[in-house]
Design a protein around this ligand. Structure first.
Ligand SMILES: [Zn+2]
Length: 418
């Protein structure tokens, strides 16, 4: 698919401004050189890179609205883990379909996932057309090595992968060195939940001490790129240590607030030089996968807790939502740049939430502070047209709604939902 974007406005992160120009999609990548033929054209509108969902568990969409009013400990032990024990490829496929559609509708083109039954999620992601990055979840129990096998299998299928030790309270120093070694040997990044709740903070300080990050460093943890999900309870000392490492924090504000886990301080992370991306987490703790809403919550929270209305510019927020995690992981996406993968969102600048804009520069503020998913007009992932004029391409939403609902009723029948 070759597409021309003529005289469109798009973000230039280096100069922190919207620029106007013409570029193309030639097959899977962005180019500024006109291809031999053009299949479609957009003109005089706003085009941004697709959003990078930096932390998710997409197959959890089936559990939306379950265990709404408990903290993380009870939520995992009493609701999620018993339910997950009943999952299978079929449940995960349909749940992932729902999630991938919800993500792509809000302009997300990549999601960094940690879960199980990844092949079913891969199938759903391919059907919808969104790019998954898999980090099969490692929990220390007999057979945990299977997660490493699945990582290799997914990589052999052509998927992007990393290594996913779930957290320091589910993976101890007994096996973590082996996990890190696997990441190093295979040149893979690490994705782990860290410092999500106060009780996790107490646990880590108790077991590994306040210098726990040095213990991780001792086993080579920071020799590969690292994505830490949440990081709500990082101390300022933790943040200044992390500012010297190849780390990105996946900030999940809605999940953190819903589970009463605490409030991440984006301003302090930024001051320490720690890059921040934005993640939805799973729909069981969010409870939706609307990336635009997540991005807005992240910046509103940063302003609310810092007391600084100018803590992040709309362009800083957009960069965190599209490019920052991709850059950390060495991926050529998240920017409108020659040769980069064509992950693009075309905005409906006449949507009610995008007007008025007497200067196109206003559009960046509108995307960050005002737009709803209805302002997402078209979405391309690696050159594939996956949302076309606000409709999914090649996916039937009512079929997905029906199939997901059927499976949710089956779980309820088994009396697993209290
Ligand atoms: Zn998570």
């Amino acid at each position: 698919m070759n597409v021309c974007f003529r005289n469109v406005w798009y973000p230039d992160y280096e100069n922190k401004t919207l620029v106007r120009g013409t570029f193309y999609v030639d097959g899977q990548r962005i180019t500024f050189k006109e291809p031999e033929h053009i299949d479609a054209m957009f003109a005089d509108t706003l085009v941004t890179p697709g959003f990078f969902n930096a932390h998710s568990h997409v197959a959890m969409s089936l559990f939306r609205g379950i265990g709404d009013d408990v903290d993380l400990d009870r939520w995992l032990n009493e609701y999620i883990w018993p339910l997950e024990a009943r999952l299978n490829d079929d449940y995960v496929y349909w749940s992932s379909m729902l999630a991938c559609m919800e993500l792509v509708r809000s302009g997300a083109t990549t999601f960094l996932d940690m879960y199980f039954w990844e092949k079913a999620t891969l199938e759903a992601a391919e059907k919808v057309g969104i790019r998954p990055i898999f980090t099969p979840g490692i929990i220390e129990r007999p057979g945990w090595e299977k997660a490493l096998q699945r990582t290799e299998e997914l990589r052999d299928l052509g998927a992007l992968v990393g290594v996913g030790p779930h957290a320091l309270y589910t993976v101890s120093m007994n096996i973590l060195p082996d996990v890190v070694k696997f990441a190093e040997e295979n040149d893979l990044f690490i994705h782990m939940h860290l410092m999500e709740t106060a009780s996790e903070e107490a646990y880590i300080h108790n077991v590994l001490g306040e210098e726990y990050l040095y213990r991780l460093e001792d086993i080579g943890f920071f020799e590969v790129p690292v994505v830490f999900a949440h990081g709500v309870h990082f101390s300022e000392k933790d943040l200044s240590f992390l500012g010297t490492k190849n780390v990105v924090v996946a900030h999940c504000p809605q999940s953190n607030m819903k589970l009463s886990s605490g409030l991440f301080r984006w301003d302090l992370a930024r001051d320490s030089g720690v890059p921040v991306g934005i993640g939805t987490d799973g729909a069981a703790s969010n409870n939706n996968l609307d990336y635009i809403e997540e991005m807005r919550t992240a910046v509103l929270l940063a302003r609310g807790v810092s007391g600084k209305p100018d803590v992040l510019s709309p362009m800083d927020v957009l960069e965190a939502a599209t490019s920052v995690p991709a850059r950390r992981l060495g991926l050529e996406l998240g920017e409108i740049r020659d040769g980069y993968l064509a992950d693009l969102v075309v905005w409906d600048v006449e949507d009610l939430s995008m007007v008025p804009a007497d200067d196109p520069q206003d559009w960046i503020s509108h995307v960050v502070y005002s737009a709803g998913t209805q302002a997402v007009s078209d979405v391309f992932v690696q050159g594939r047209w996956v949302v076309r004029n606000k409709s999914f391409v090649g996916v039937n939403p009512s079929e997905v709604v029906e199939e997901v609902s059927k499976r949710r009723r089956a779980i309820r029948k088994e009396d697993l939902i209290r």
